[in-house]
Design a binder for this molecule. Sequence first.
Ligand SMILES: Nc1ncnc2c1ncn2[C@@H]1O[C@H](COP(=O)(O)OP(=O)(O)O)[C@@H](O)[C@H]1O
Ligand SMILES: [Mg+2]
Length: 399
Amino acid sequence: MAAAAGSGPLVAGAVRRGAVGRLVLTQFRSYASARWEGGPDPVVLTGPNGAGKTNLLEALSLLAPGRGLRSARLPDLARSGLDRAPESDGWAISARVWSGPVSIDIGTGCGALAGAAPGSDRRVVRLDDRVGRSADLSYHLAMQWLTPAMDRLFQDGSGERRRFLDRMVYGVDPSHAGRLTRYERALRERSRLLREGRADAAWLDGLEDQMVTAGVAIAAARRDLVRRLAGALASAPGPFPRAGVQLEGRIDDLLAPGPALAAEDELRDELRVGRGQDSVSGGAAVGPHRSDLKVWFPGSGGGLDRPAGQCSTGEQKALLISLVLANARLLIADRQATPILLLDEVVAHLDRDRRQALFDQLLSLDLQAWLTGTDATLFEPMQGRARFVRIDPGRIGTD
Ligand SMILES: Nc1ncnc2c1ncn2[C@@H]1O[C@H](COP(=O)(O)OP(=O)(O)O)[C@@H](O)[C@H]1O
Ligand SMILES: [Mg+2]
């Protein structure tokens, strides 16, 4: 399809300001049927606990590649309720998304409601009514999010950190999502063959070739992003920490000294030599699925930098905000795209100065941020500059 060919809005010359203009939810989480329409301004969602604020952000996050901000299983997204008609299984989200002056209708979902083939449990993606893939979504929208669950990002395994990083890469390089899909498919297939002991050498060679081509491209795109992110962080304005960032992993070491071709040859050799070990331990000992994003909190007054995992919860939150804002700044400065930010319960944890600084930066970046909280008064400085939307169970807005 056209978007996958690299001609999508995000790769056009001018900065394309991303914004959701319309969102319609059908049988999604706590929403039987709900609709939101609005302009490109920031949106503040307020309402009591359990009202459906995070559910709404989750729906927005499904306009990007992947499984959304809760990494949920697709069936869990369908509204559970005794009143549901059996013939309308699944869930659906439809949205009008702006990228600068260009708009696209995105439809996604699962089951009959999304128009999936009977029995299919896959996510359906439609772009202007043409069938697409989840990876294509990054051609139309750059999106990043922060959620309370990400307070553990620096403690948990490296997978979530890679996904966080990869979402940033999508913004500068929309083909990254498709590359990851190709890599993961080849890795899974190779693991299966090795596990089953079907050591057809030519077949394995072919899969490893795919892993090498996609894998080195993935590592190179991440490396490029991290380098630029480090630059954007070093000149960060305001009270958020000027975090240090670095990629760590065997494949990242291979790329460091020189040309990608040499890294490809080395990776191909290491995969071939590692087949025996990989057949025992599963997966692959080397590749971009092993890389990690290391983050440091800068030392103050000549003090040493501290690894993010050793910082206080508040400091880690501030680091995450720094990273997301730096990424937004570099996307805009590089004339790529203006990302949409989903900031779930971020504001309540900030002191007054940082809260004000966050609002100031979001407004000066002129991006569509979606902010949530239980207490509307915390968002007072955004009055007149953001759209305030009340969320009550099953309902968006007060109509
Ligand atoms: N698949 C589902 N079907 C129906 N309700 C759901 C489903 N998943 C979650 N919920 C409900 O959605 C409600 C709102 O959740 P959430 O959006 O996290 O609230 P909050 O406004 O506090 O962010 C919760 O009460 C939860 O039980
Ligand atoms: Mg919530």
